[in-house]
Design a protein around this ligand. Structure first.
Ligand code: SF4
Length: 306
């Protein structure tokens, strides 16, 4: 049952992290307009199962007034709300409270803050810490998301062959992480990746929406385009088994996808997402309605989207 809708309010970000799934950066295109935001909210009651709405990015605080309008719409419709941010705006404890108080008054119930070495320099005062402390003071549930640069560890635990090197740090190898962090890390044969580790593609609980109309099941893997087919119809008609990319992924993970389309190469892959992402990259032009936008794959989009 689809219960959560997450707006990628903008792909633009104050940072340009190596591990970013969606290739966020200060130059990234793709920000919702107010009209688009309202169009999506009009569709949400028609889905009938939505309980919560999140604002993410990129960095949603870059478009604070738009995010506030989204929060108002969500409150009018009785949805729980959450925001994911890198807290670039939390310059001091008082500033953090200044930015968060209006959102608290609009009923913000969850604030997730990225706090790791990708987002802050060692020794720098913790903006994430200020944001989390201010959220607590205002009664907003908050937590931090921590992803560290990849490390190679030798695990001897269940699920891993004895002495086999595995990559730690929590990075998922999709998006910019593939181009920036993958080199030199140990991998496995493509046929080992027989499961999608993170997404329930048969019965998705949440989708991410972007201003280009993509309804992401995973970053860059879409149900379809909501500017062409209304969001509620896309959600009601979604059938994993007839989706050309999701069907294989759900049945046999990225290995099945790669086998179906003959995409695997004679090389190792770091994790399932690494194989999935590189396989989907090769299918972009074949399934443009399901794979995109191209900038999430580190490519320039055909049209000059804004
Ligand atoms: S295997 Fe593919 S669909 Fe599943 S979480 Fe990884 S990148 Fe996403």
């Amino acid at each position: 049952m689809l219960s959560g809708v997450h707006f990628i309010l903008t792909y633009m970000c104050s940072s340009e992290c190596d591990h970013c799934f969606v290739y966020g950066s200060p130059r990234a295109k793709g920000t919702f307009t107010l009209k688009q935001l309202k169009q999506v909210f009009a569709e949400l009651p028609r889905i009938g199962t939505i309980e919560s709405v999140y604002f993410e990015g990129g960095e949603p605080f870059l478009f604070y007034p738009l995010m506030v309008e989204g929060m108002k719409l969500a409150r009018e419709m009785g949805f729980k709300t959450g925001i994911v941010t890198n807290a670039y705006w939390a310059n001091s404890p008082k500033d953090a409270e200044l930015w968060l108080r209006p959102l608290s008054e609009l009923g913000l119930s969850d604030l997730s803050v990225s706090e790791d070495s990708f987002h802050s320099e060692e020794g720098e005062e913790s903006k994430a810490g200020y944001a989390v402390a201010a959220a607590k003071k205002l009664g907003i549930t908050s937590g931090s998301i921590c992803i560290e640069p990849p490390t190679v560890e030798v695990k001897e635990s269940r699920g891993h062959t004895k002495g086999e090197p595995i990559v730690g740090g929590g990075v998922k190898f999709r998006g910019r992480a593939v181009d920036s962090l993958a080199e030199g890390l140990p991998g496995k044969d493509w046929q080992d990746f027989t499961e999608c580790p993170d997404e329930d593609l048969k019965n998705p609980q949440r989708v991410h929406l972007d201003s280009f109309g993509n309804v992401h099941l995973c970053q860059g893997l879409s149900m379809g385009n909501m500017w062409e087919i209304p969001l509620s119809k896309l959600v009601h008609d979604y059938d994993c088994d007839s989706h050309p990319v999701c069907s294989g992924l759900a049945k046999g993970g990225p290995a099945k996808l790669a086998r179906e389309f003959d995409l695997a190469e004679d090389r190792d892959y770091i994790d399932a997402c690494h194989l999935c992402y590189l396989s989907r990259l090769k299918l972009l032009d074949r399934f443009p309605q399901y794979l995109g936008p191209k900038q999430v794959y580190g490519l320039k989009d055909d049209a000059d989207q804004s």
